[in-house]
Design a protein around this ligand. Structure first.
Ligand SMILES: Cc1cc2nc3c(=O)[nH]c(=O)nc-3n(C[C@H](O)[C@H](O)[C@H](O)COP(=O)(O)O)c2cc1C
Length: 316
């Protein structure tokens, strides 16, 4: 039986729906000693800014039940260093290269787009909009539908490759932000980024990360992520890439049933560096075992379908 695991994001075809999540896979090359990166549907880089960034004070990670809190502070080598020194190595693999970017103003995003256009070697841009807009009082781009719309509308005037907007689950109605991103021309969405969290060292009455707060990720966030993916996938008609706590093949199936076109695997890469490679093989085997030949047979197949409510408690 011919199994087709391929998916499309904009005009780019991925051979399978599995890719690492930004920030949990370095710039890709760090994982090359463990397996052939060509097995992946795509590689997603750590988020890159115009200038290199040093990040937050340590400790940057706190383990919590069912996951971890990170406060890395978006440390990165800067887009120009990445494009010149690392991208040529990454291009040796037969996989799609997704570059995650962030900025503190629309101009900064546009500068990054400009150098990416010049290289002509990146396949897709993931826009990390969980970053403060310094021109608008430090409010995150991704918590305000207007800022989200304006940013993407401007970027779409210049970008020559598909744009996938990565949504934050914090301080917003995520479906409203998703709609704004789609209306502005985003080619796809990815979600969720980490959930704002706090862990306390009670002996010192002190936060357990240097920054104070941090972003929660790992298996404990999966049910929240699944609900948001279902909600967003049923609000927009562009592809949705789901993530949040994926650590097994069954988790991937859940996300596809909830409406995801593809998935990203984050925190689990720290526990098992081979996880993405294993999941590609396990997903293929699942399709063989269940006589499924395309992801379309599973996608958005939840039944009965929970009603989408804008606000309020949906469970009690
Ligand atoms: C250590 C760490 C660093 C991260 N860095 C980024 C980043 O640079 N850009 C980004 O968009 N998301 C970043 N994330 C969020 C992940 O890409 C992902 O959205 C989140 O961790 C949920 O997936 P998971 O539960 O599978 O880890 C980071 C997550 C972790 C744990």
């Amino acid at each position: 039986m011919a199994i087709d695991l391929s998916v499309k994001i904009g005009n780019v075809t991925l051979k399978n729906p599995i890719m690492p999540a930004s920030g949990t896979f370095g710039y890709g090359l760090e994982f090359a000693p463990f397996y052939n990166l060509s097995e992946l549907g795509a590689i997603v880089t750590k988020s890159l800014s115009w200038q290199p960034k040093a990040g937050s004070l340590p400790p940057r990670i706190a383990e919590v039940e069912g996951g971890m809190i990170n406060a890395i502070g978006l440390e990165n080598v800067g887009i120009q260093h990445f494009l010149k020194e690392l991208l040529p190595e990454l291009k040796k693999y037969d996989t799609v290269v997704i570059v995650s970017i962030f900025g503190s103003s629309i101009e900064e995003f546009l500068n990054i787009i400009d150098v990416i256009n010049t290289t002509g070697q990146v396949d897709i841009i993931e826009l990390n909009i969980s970053c403060p807009n310094v021109r608008k009082g430090g409010i995150l781009f991704g918590t305000n539908p207007r800022f989200t719309y304006d940013l993407i509308k401007e970027i779409k005037k210049y970008a020559t490759i598909p744009i996938m907007t990565k949504l934050t689950p914090n301080d917003c109605n995520i479906a409203e932000i998703a709609k704004a991103a789609e209306d502005a021309g985003s080619d796809a969405l990815s979600l969720i980024n980490t959930l704002l969290a706090l862990s306390i060292d009670i002996s010192k009455k002190k936060p357990r990360t240097g920054f104070g707060f941090g972003g929660l990720s790992g298996p404990c966030i999966k049910p929240v992520a699944l609900r948001m993916v279902y909600y967003v996938a049923n609000t927009v008609s562009i592809p949705v890439v789901g993530m949040g706590g994926i650590s097994s093949m069954n988790d991937i199936i859940e996300f596809i049933i909830a409406g995801a076109t593809a998935v990203q695997v984050g925190t689990q890469n720290f526990i098992d560096p081979l996880i993405c490679s294993k999941l590609v093989k396990q997903l293929t085997q699942y399709f063989i075992d269940h006589s499924i030949n395309s992801l379309e047979q599973l996608r958005n197949s939840l039944s009965p379908r929970p009603t989408l409510l804008k606000t309020g408690n949906q469970s009690e």
